[in-house]
Design a protein around this ligand. Structure first.
Ligand SMILES: [Zn+2]
Length: 435
């Protein structure tokens, strides 16, 4: 009995402590009762706020050299766009909207009164009734806070039956000058940015948006309209992400190859999928025709780059490049190898595969009079072995005989390898610096 009594006392004590802790939290629970209409002022046309940030021109009070503060209207009303409301209602599930369009609309209203805080939402709620069945004055409610660590601004918004967005703030703007914050970009704004960043550098877009910020907003640290370069890079990556038929890269490649074969062999570009070393070879029938025609009289360039995918396991892209048959056009890549290995067997396999494909289409031999590559020993060896059909030693001996005049037979029709002058000078510079 005594034991039960002591347990009960301890439980009551914990309940009291918990209740006290809740009361002491910095996060006030907003009252969702409709705001007193006396508090709200509205512009004559009903579309503008009762007080815009611009009206507080010289109210900025810097209480400390490290802090930004600003007076602003604590309440106001604007219209909630009827078209957005209808679209949000169409996605309603229970008391929640499932799309983010309402966020953009509410944020637009909040920014009318306070353009210096970066807002985040805690929760929202929509009435279940539709049309004439709506009896309450309020059809939508949401609340949130400013994301700046030192700012205690919170907001509470309500949408009335006639689609007026009532905004009520609590707290004062108090931002550290060293802190920057921006809201999460969602919905239509993210989609719009994806389109913009498809053909625009994130850094350029960032600098443009930064230059558009006024001095006060820049000082406040709010970057809602100017997302960071990292965020822009992520959105650009999303915009460039290609939908694949399968999550597994190899199954995805197989499916792409099957689809290509079903559609048209003429236009198929994915030709070989390699598992070990992992990679893929791309060329088409048309690119082989062009390669065959140009190779008879022009230089063949073979180059590689290791900067295809940064920050992951190194992936190389090799290309057989020729001059475009039509003057004034950029160089033409006749075949491409994507590979995770940079060695003689994998490059030789690539060159042999392409030349075999060419030979199947055109029995007459087509051979470039000159091949050009950088100083990579793997590339040099692979070209000499697979294209010239000789070893590096015998090729160097042939070159030595020609240079010293010891070679009696004609060498005009024999293939030659040139190293790119730019790469050669770069390598020479690096070697000189080393010594
Ligand atoms: Zn704030």
């Amino acid at each position: 009995m005594l034991h039960n009594l002591s347990t009960l006392c301890v439980s009551i004590w914990y309940m009291l402590i918990s209740a006290y802790t809740v009361l002491q939290t910095d996060c006030p629970i907003p009252n969702f009762d409709l705001f007193d209409d006396e508090e709200w002022s509205v512009m004559p046309d009903g579309t503008s706020s009762s007080c815009s940030p611009a009206q507080h021109g010289d109210d900025t009070e810097i209480t400390s050299v490290n802090v930004f503060t600003k007076a602003f209207a604590k309440h106001g009303k604007v219209w909630f766009a009827r078209s957005i409301w209808s679209q949000c209602r169409a996605t309603q599930k229970g008391r929640q909207f499932t799309n983010d369009m309402w966020r953009d609309e509410v944020l637009k209203g909040l920014k009318t009164f306070n353009g210096f805080c970066s807002f985040s939402f805690r929760r929202h709620s929509v009435t279940l009734c539709q049309g004439k069945k709506i009896r309450s004055l309020t059809v939508f409610r949401c609340e949130g806070y400013c994301k700046f660590s030192t700012c205690d601004v919170t907001f509470n918004c309500q949408v009335t039956r006639d689609l007026r967005l009532l905004v009520k703030f609590k707290g004062e703007i108090h931002h550290l000058l060293s802190e920057k914050s921006s809201r999460y970009i969602t919905g239509a704004e993210r989609e719009s940015l994806k389109t913009t960043l498809k053909n625009k550098l994130p850094r350029l877009h960032y600098l443009e948006k930064l230059s558009e910020l006024d001095a006060e907003t820049r000082q406040s640290g709010c970057r809602d309209s100017c997302p960071s370069k990292a965020v822009l890079k992520k959105i650009r990556y999303e915009s460039r992400k290609i939908k694949t038929p399968h999550d597994n890269v190899w199954l995805s490649l197989e499916k792409i190859k099957e689809e290509q074969c079903k559609c048209s062999l003429e236009n198929a570009t994915l030709q070989v999928i390699m598992l070990d070393p992992p990679g893929a070879i791309f060329y088409s029938k048309r690119s082989m025709e062009i390669l065959h025609a140009v190779c008879k009289r022009d230089i063949l360039y073979i180059d590689a780059t290791g900067g295809v995918i940064l920050g992951q396991e190194r992936c190389y892209a090799y290309e057989l490049v020729i001059r475009h048959p039509i003057q004034g056009n950029p160089p033409f890549a006749a075949a491409t190898l994507i590979s995770w290995s940079h060695n003689i067997p994998s490059i030789s396999h690539f060159i042999n595969t392409v030349w075999n494909a060419q030979r199947k289409l055109f029995p007459a031999r087509s051979f470039p009079p000159l091949v050009m590559c950088d100083g990579s020993m793997a590339l040099i060896n692979a070209i000499i072995i697979s294209l010239f059909k000789e070893s590096l030693r015998s090729y160097l001996l042939r070159c030595w005989e020609i240079v010293t005049g010891k070679r009696n037979t004609s060498f005009v029709h024999e293939p030659f390898l040139h190293l790119c002058a730019s790469h050669f000078m770069k390598n020479a510079k690096r070697l000189v610096r080393k010594t």
